[in-house]
Design a protein around this ligand. Sequence first.
Ligand code: FES
Length: 167
Amino acid sequence: MALSARLKAEFDELVTHYPERRAGLIPALHRCQEELGGWLSPQTLEDCAQFFGLDPVEVYGVATFYPMFRMTPPGQHTISVCHNISCALRGAEEVLAHVCRRTGAKPGGTSPDGQFSVLRVECQGACANAPMLDLDGTYHEDLDLAKVDQVLDLVAQSARAKQGATP
Ligand code: FES
């Protein structure tokens, strides 16, 4: 059972806010993802199914329908590339392809070295400065491929500096 006593207690309280127990599933999945390493493992989905009295395939269907739920462990850094209309018109697919080439991750996946997760996301509200990406919560806008390289190089430099700082 992946659900801690604390999470179960939280979910017991959570379901009191809904007319049906199953309606608490999505907020519960968010909490699981926050608490259990940033993704939803098969065991977590089964545990949620058991808790909410649902068939595991229903929980799997919900978790895989919404892009905010991850089915694989996240990398150390998350790069979200917007592919909505403003960004698409200004080269988002090229940006995404370049990010994938540089990191070795496929959209929706994690690079083989575990450093980067790459996501293709909907509008991030920075359309005036398209195309854009979000690296660990920081927006990088008005991108071209050289700027993408600068952003990724900064991450690599920072990782090297941290390794050098480790005693
Ligand atoms: S379309 Fe990309 S930020 Fe809005």
